[in-house]
Design a binder for this molecule. Structure first.
Ligand SMILES: Cc1cc2nc3c(=O)[nH]c(=O)nc-3n(C[C@H](O)[C@H](O)[C@H](O)COP(=O)(O)OP(=O)(O)OC[C@H]3O[C@@H](n4cnc5c(N)ncnc54)[C@H](O)[C@@H]3O)c2cc1C
Length: 419
């Protein structure tokens, strides 16, 4: 932090404040998950350090579609529990962050000749709204969408309009604004800091942690009562350094968007049924561009290509040309967004399912004997609820037997105001 607006001086002073300090909580990973945790723990009064090996929000949390949504897609897998919890997360975020997230009607286009006739889709969307506690606006059929001139002629019925949430600016900006709000001498965010190693003292119940500053070739030793890994796809890498074993692992799914010039009439996020794999493609207006995508490709490891490949690009160009009233070519692409979704599965999972079949729920593993929490999976939308669930674990009473977690710190010695 402090690199973009305040210059190196501010970061240097934060580094000095962190050096040789004793923290209550160190959070590794400054994407939406780690940042939501940082905000939550900081506002509860814990002395907290947030570190990222790169820039904050530079991994998956810069690649999202920026939709704060209830998980409509997962209705098709009958994954109603994910829909209920994501809808709750969506609505909490919309009410907690009115200046950053707006309620937004999306248009859903079903294929004119598809098997799913419109009344069935309307019933599905009504059920989706019902699972979301009917907290969003009513669904309706839009008979005159402003985007009709950009759609492939004759291909679609009138769209069904349903309400979700949308980030006003961008995913990175949301994350960085949140970090900035909680940046203080006691609650310190530091980017470009590598977690080298850590050792747990069973006697003192304290982690001794070695960090290095990737900017200034210097290192620091700090201590913390709890470590949380929120490193998204890299969770296992960090856990392995200190030999933490959990019942979960990640399956990786690469997602790519391409950005085209923003058509003037494009004001709503548009969802298009693809007719296979139960997937949809989305066309999202975003400032001067409109994003088409995403892909959903399972990859076996992070050593594979995590950037857009020729196959990704031709698939997206073909899909855009099929649904929009233009034949798109590579030269029409202004930029790319690509990221890896980390999908939480049990460690014993070995099936070869399409990523869309897998749950988007987050999972939290608490290693009681070592005061270590590892976070798996999740969505941008679920960051804040994830933080509340972790908070619950942090403040829970120690079990009667010895060796319990027992953090139970005193809150409120700082108390930056909540959003
Ligand atoms: C194409 C695409 C579209 C999506 N669209 C949506 C959407 O519209 N809505 C939605 O809710 N969700 C969406 N998602 C999902 C959402 O983006 C992710 O669930 C979320 O961003 C994950 O955040 P995270 O903080 O868990 O992980 P990340 O954002 O990956 O953050 C992990 C951080 O940990 C850091 N790190 C890793 N290793 C270390 C280390 N050793 N030391 C220090 N730091 C480390 C990384 O640098 C990174 O900053 C989408 C995902 C993709 C790929």
């Amino acid at each position: 932090m402090a690199l973009d607006t305040e210059g190196i001086g501010k970061r240097d002073s934060r580094w000095s404040q962190a050096e040789n300090s004793d923290f209550d909580i160190v959070i590794i990973g400054g994407g939406i998950s780690g940042t939501s945790l940082f905000a939550r723990m900081s506002s509860e009064g814990y002395k907290t350090l947030l570190i990222d090996k790169g820039d904050f929000s530079s991994a998956t949390s810069q690649a999202s579609g920026m939709m704060i949504w209830g998980g409509l897609l997962y209705m098709k897998n009958l994954d109603f529990s994910t829909v209920i919890s994501l809808s709750r997360d969506r609505d909490n975020l919309i009410s907690q962050c009115p200046s950053r997230i707006r309620p937004q009607y999306f248009y859903y286009f079903s294929l004119r000749h598809g098997w799913q006739v419109a009344p069935l889709i309307k019933a599905g969307l009504d059920f989706y709204r019902l699972l979301g506690g009917m907290r969003r606006g009513r669904n309706f059929i839009e008979t005159d969408p402003s985007e009709k001139n950009i759609l492939k002629t004759g291909q679609f019925r009138n769209p069904l309009a349903y309400e979700e949430g949308m980030l006003n600016y961008s995913d990175c900006r949301f994350v960085i604004d949140l970090i900035r709000r909680y940046d203080s001498e006691r609650t310190i965010p530091l980017n470009y800091v590598k977690f080298n190693n850590a050792e747990f003292s069973k006697k003192d119940k304290i982690w001794r942690i070695e960090l290095s500053d990737m900017f200034a070739q210097r290192s620091a030793d700090i201590t913390s009562r709890l470590i949380i890994t929120a490193t998204g796809p890299y969770c296992e890498h960090v856990n392995r350094i200190v030999d933490i074993r959990t019942p979960y692992k990640h399956v990786f799914s690469k997602g790519v968007y391409v950005a085209f010039r923003h058509p003037d009439s494009h004001t709503h996020p548009l969802k298009f049924e693809m007719g296979h794999k139960s997937d949809v493609q989305t066309f999202v207006p975003w400032g001067p561009v409109s994003l088409w995508g995403p892909t959903e490709t399972r990859i076996d490891s992070l050593d594979e290509e995590t950037f857009p490949t020729e196959d990704d690009v031709s698939f997206l160009l073909e899909q855009a040309s099929r649904n929009l009233d233009q034949s798109f070519e590579k030269k029409d692409i202004i930029s790319y967004r690509a990221g890896v979704r980390a999908l939480a599965v049990p460690k014993s999972y070995h099936a070869d399912e399409h990523p869309l079949e897998l749950s988007r729920h987050y999972r939290i593993h608490l290693e009681r004997k070592k005061n270590w929490i590892a976070v798996y999976g999740g969505k941008f939308t679920s960051g804040s609820t994830l933080a509340s669930m972790v908070m619950r674990k942090v403040s829970e009473r120690p079990p009667a037997k010895a060796g319990g977690f027992g953090l139970r710190l005193k809150a409120g010695s700082i108390g930056p105001s909540a959003d």
